[in-house]
Ligand binder design. Structure first.
Ligand SMILES: NC(=O)c1ccc[n+]([C@@H]2O[C@H](COP(=O)([O-])OP(=O)(O)OC[C@H]3O[C@@H](n4cnc5c(N)ncnc54)[C@H](OP(=O)(O)O)[C@@H]3O)[C@@H](O)[C@H]2O)c1
Length: 266
């Protein structure tokens, strides 16, 4: 651990020195910011990508620049066996997993429910809700050993619905329930689970949504107006919330969803 992260006397360190943090979606905008901030706080990182190997390599080199070791793997989160293999390998490589972060999710076209074909709904549930479920199950035996934590990215649309956002809100509502379930069932083994609801930020999926026209000027202006703080956020600001909840600073917090959304879901 670096000097600036030495805990105050009597307080446990934010993260254990041994073991690693698994960040799925490490090639994405939010996953990258989380991986880098965890590395800055002394964690070794095991990160996954799906199709973006070059983006995963960029994240890996940022983790190394922060002075930590990194293990990178290609994983399709829809495949339970692939997820299990990656997490077990990461645990073996780093001698344990103390943190698991679900920061993945597919591109989601924004349409009204009446316009979304069932196939699109099925696909997003497989990538996103099942992806998180697979990670949770794969990480659990390791988190029990380390008394570690699980943190998942969700959306404020599960509190304040935004029209045309069903492909985000529906899987994330399932993910929030998985997180609550894990927290309730595994707390007795010292495992915590929380979620972070991400508002509209100018990183990650934002770029594809601007390019597709789903995030046009009208949408972005309306989003700002709907936020108490009247501005869009950044992946770095989201990562601050995730890293806090994952760390021992949040050691008596479990089963919660923290909205990092500029005050959208109020
Ligand atoms: N950005 C926002 O404004 C915002 C707001 C609310 C919620 N969120 C949620 O936050 C999460 C991360 O979003 P982001 O903005 O960081 O998006 P992003 O930059 O597009 O990253 C998405 C990540 O998910 C991975 N992924 C997608 N499908 C996968 C699969 N089947 N198996 C394994 N990995 C898969 C991608 O891998 P590859 O790139 O390697 O293919 C990438 O690492 C998503 O769940 C998103 O819905 C984002």
């Amino acid at each position: 651990m670096t000097e600036q992260h030495e805990p105050a006397v009597g307080r446990p360190p934010d993260f254990p020195v041994s073991g690693c943090a698994v960040v799925v979606g490490g090639s994405g905008g939010i996953g990258r910011a989380i991986a880098v901030q965890l590395a800055e706080r002394g964690c070794n990182i095991a990160l996954t990508y799906f199709k973006g190997s070059a983006r995963a390599d960029e994240t890996a080199s940022l983790v190394r620049s922060a002075g930590q070791e990194v293990h990178v793997g290609q994983v399709d989160l829809r495949e339970e066996a692939e997820v299990g293999k990656f997490v077990d390998e990461a645990a073996e490589h780093f001698d344990g997993v103390h943190t698991a972060i679900y920061a993945a999710g597919p591109y989601i076209p924004m349409r009204f429910i009446g316009q979304q074909p069932a196939a699109a709904f099925r696909e997003v549930m497989e990538h996103d809700a099942f992806g998180c479920y697979h990670l949770m199950r794969a990480a659990l035996p390791h988190l029990r050993k380390s008394k570690g934590s699980f943190t998942a990215i969700v959306t404020p649309a599960i509190r304040r619905y935004a029209v045309r956002d069903i492909l985000s809100a529906a899987p994330k509502a399932a993910i929030e329930q998985l997180v609550k379930g894990l927290a309730a069932e595994e707390g007795r083994f010292g495992v915590r689970a929380n979620a972070v609801g991400v508002g509209v930020i100018t990183d990650g999926l934002y770029h594809a949504l601007v390019e597709s026209g789903d995030f046009d000027q009208r949408f972005l202006d309306a989003s700002r107006q709907a936020m108490a703080l009247r501005r869009l956020g950044t992946a770095d600001e989201v990562a601050e919330g995730v890293v806090f909840l994952a760390s021992a600073r949040a050691r008596w917090i479990t089963g919660q969803t923290l909205m990092v959304d500029g005050g959208y879901a109020l």
